[in-house]
Design a protein around this ligand. Structure first.
Ligand code: PCA
Length: 319
């Protein structure tokens, strides 16, 4: 009897030692399609491993603020997390090429750009003990303002919400005043007058109920930036082979599903903006020309500062 009990206790301990709970911080809210895609990824991993790897999502920056998520994965405060890829452009411009205006403006171009970018940033992240699992784009970025914007001069002097260094540079070149604001803080930033215009996706416009604080939206479709999900390599290596395979398979499915969700939202969320009273208009030729000229200046600046590996991404993409 005693042996039997001891045996049972040992069996329970073995299972307990093998089962793992992973906390996963993400920056965006639960209504965001990226978050929903990641929730499905976590479910897939849980199902495929019979619950032995249980990933708990902490959305909207609730566990770590956006700016700290990558560092938290690196120092193993958490094994896995999501962030906006081009936020790392201060480390190497290779991370930020998807946020340069008019480099890749369609999903096809964005997919080709990712094919060129992925091996380069995989190597950069590996040097920090990090491994990318999957990356998913936002719908192409559009312009939200009060009143229609006919030319770039119309942006002069506006307090402009920014989410990375490239958008800050863009706003500055347009004569606007950039203010860095997290996506979940957009409604408050507008209601308190901190900002009065922004460039973001129709998804983020809908998730932040943009009709409460702007009247006009134009799909300038200037860039297609991505989120990325990254795992700490040592934590991943600590999983048994079957669990590793389950994570990689779920990640591959999440990347495919996420790109499809993004393309679907580009249409449905633009329609939702209009249904809620936002005037959706096509940008004038003058506005597009002005934005393209800013993009050309930014690309010159990018090329002047980019590492060789960053420049190699553009060469691969352009050839
Ligand atoms: N939404 C995020 C990043 C790009 C996007 O479409 C944001 O506005 O912060």
């Amino acid at each position: 009897m005693k042996h039997f009990i001891l045996g049972a206790v040992a069996a329970v301990c073995t299972t307990a030692a093998q089962a793992q709970n992973w906390d996963m911080p993400t920056p965006y809210g639960d209504a965001t399609f990226h978050t929903q895609n990641i929730a499905q990824f976590a479910d897939d991993v849980r199902d495929a491993t019979g619950g032995s790897l249980d990933i708990t999502l902490h959305s909207a920056g609730s566990l770590f603020p956006h700016a700290e998520i990558k560092g938290a994965i690196r120092n193993r405060s958490v094994p896995i997390g999501e962030f906006f890829l081009s936020r790392l452009s201060n480390e190497d411009l290779a991370y930020g090429i998807d946020s340069q205006p008019f480099v890749a403006t369609s999903y096809d171009d964005a997919a080709r750009l990712w094919t060129a970018q992925e091996p380069v940033i995989t190597e950069l992240l590996a040097a920090q003990g990090l491994m990318p699992l999957f990356s998913v784009p936002w719908p192409a970025q559009g312009l939200y303002t009060n009143g229609e914007i006919a030319t770039v001069e119309g942006l002069n002097g506006l307090r402009f919400r920014a989410y990375n260094a490239a958008l800050e540079e863009f706003a500055t070149l347009a004569g606007a005043a950039p203010v860095q604001i997290e996506a979940s803080d957009i409604p408050q930033a507008f209601s308190t007058g901190q900002v009065e215009a922004m460039i973001t996706s129709p998804s983020t416009g809908v998730n932040s109920t943009a009709w409460d604080f702007v009247t006009h939206y134009t799909p300038i479709n200037a860039w297609v930036p991505k989120n990325i999900v990254v795992v700490n390599q040592r934590m991943f290596d600590g999983l048994d082979a079957d669990t590793q395979a389950a994570v990689l398979a779920a990640a591959e499915a999440a990347e495919i599903r996420g790109w499809e969700m993004s393309a679907a939202e580009a249409e449905t969320m633009t329609a939702t903006l209009a249904e809620n009273g936002i005037a959706v208009y096509e940008p004038s030729a003058e506005l597009v020309a002005g934005l393209q000229s800013i993009g050309a200046t930014m690309l010159d600046n990018w090329n002047a500062a980019a590492s060789d590996s960053a420049k190699a991404i553009l060469e691969t993409y352009n050839n």
